[in-house]
Design a protein around this ligand. Structure first.
Ligand code: ADP
Length: 319
């Protein structure tokens, strides 16, 4: 392998830069040339390459976002778009590619792998919604960012004796809500993976108030419902003063946590090793505690469940 490329794609996540840095430096360490592709598959199709040197990833390990920019690219979902991307790589003499992104990005990566470019995916998304990995790059940082916000909301919730509904990210996965809910001492956690009834939420609120709680926090994953709707319903059906906070994109930004930097560094270096060993069509991951690789097909066909024991534990502790 003479020359590889690295790109970030889909939603950005803290730690993507640490992954790009690890890919770049590991490749150079092994005497392999590296280029960065800007703006995901959009930049691939138009040949938006940038040479990567040891210096081009200097001072990036601690930065959120992605220095390579990211994008969503509808044309790449078509066979013609994929063929174009393949040709661009061929013409540039690139024989290996690392794609940092989510499930959608892996589908694009798999298409390129099938066309003949050795391609490895790294799980990079704050939602933690990828099968066969213990944690995605960015998840830990997003949870920590949300916890910081929850602690602040708790201060004002207590002072005013209010109920706060806090909506966190997670369209298909309740992982952020579960971890933040447990770590933040929420009264109720609403996630897409577990049906819930508003009667139940109200019963728990009332029980808490009856035993002297000064405030309540209800954590909602965006996939379980809109915070605004839930807040409105609670205000209409209880006598409590309800406020709603939607954390939104602040969960995507910020310096990556130490855990995300370590994960991204491990996975970035491992992706290059996989390419050097001739592997392709796989995700580099830490799964069940071990650094390993999993075929994209297996990633796509494996049903992912968050750890619902956290949900049950949060319920017990919110008594
Ligand atoms: P994520 O990678 O975070 O899941 P998206 O689902 O938006 O984000 O996917 C990012 C990009 O990956 C898309 O804009 C598209 O270019 C590419 N992609 C997504 N799905 C496919 C697919 N089925 N085939 C080829 N490329 C895809």
């Amino acid at each position: 392998m003479q020359k590889i490329a690295v790109m970030t794609s889909g939603g950005d996540a803290p730690g993507m830069n640490a992954a790009v840095r690890a890919v770049t430096r590991t490749a150079i360490y092994h005497g392999v040339e590296v280029v960065g592709i800007r703006r995901g598959f959009t930049g691939l199709m138009s040949g938006e390459f940038v040479d990567m040197t040891l210096g081009s990833v200097a001072d990036t390990i601690q930065r959120g976002g992605t220095i390579l920019y990211t994008a969503r690219c509808e044309p790449f979902k078509t066979p013609e778009g994929q063929q174009q991307g393949f040709q661009v790589l061929q013409e540039a003499g690139i024989d290996g590619l690392v794609v940092v992104g989510g499930d959608g990005s892996f589908r694009g990566a798999q298409a390129l792998s099938k066309l003949g470019v050795k391609t490895i995916g790294l799980p990079g998304t704050i939602d933690n919604d990828i099968a066969c990995c213990d944690a995605t790059i960015g998840f830990d940082t997003a949870v920590n960012t949300a916890i910081e916000a929850i602690d602040k909301i708790r201060d004002t919730a207590t002072s005013h004796e209010r109920t706060y509904v806090v909506e966190v990210m997670g369209r298909n996965a309740g992982d952020i809500a579960l971890h933040v809910g447990l770590a933040g001492g929420a009264e109720s956690i609403l996630v897409p993976e577990r049906p819930f009834s508003m009667d139940d939420v109200i019963r728990k609120l009332e029980r808490g108030v009856a035993r002297g709680k000064k405030h309540s926090i209800i954590l909602v994953a965006e996939g379980a419902g809109r915070g605004m709707d839930i807040g409105k319903y609670l205000a209409e059906h209880t006598g409590f003063e309800v406020r709603v906070t939607v954390l939104g994109h602040i969960q995507r930004g910020g310096a990556p946590s130490a855990k995300d930097r370590v994960l991204a560094s491990q996975l970035g270096a491992y992706a290059v090793e996989l390419l050097l060993n001739g592997e392709s069509g796989k995700m580099a991951t830490i799964y069940q505690g071990a650094l390993t690789s999993v075929d994209f097909d297996t990633v796509f066909s494996t049903k992912r469940e968050p750890d619902m024991s956290l949900y049950d534990l949060a319920e017990t502790l919110a008594i």
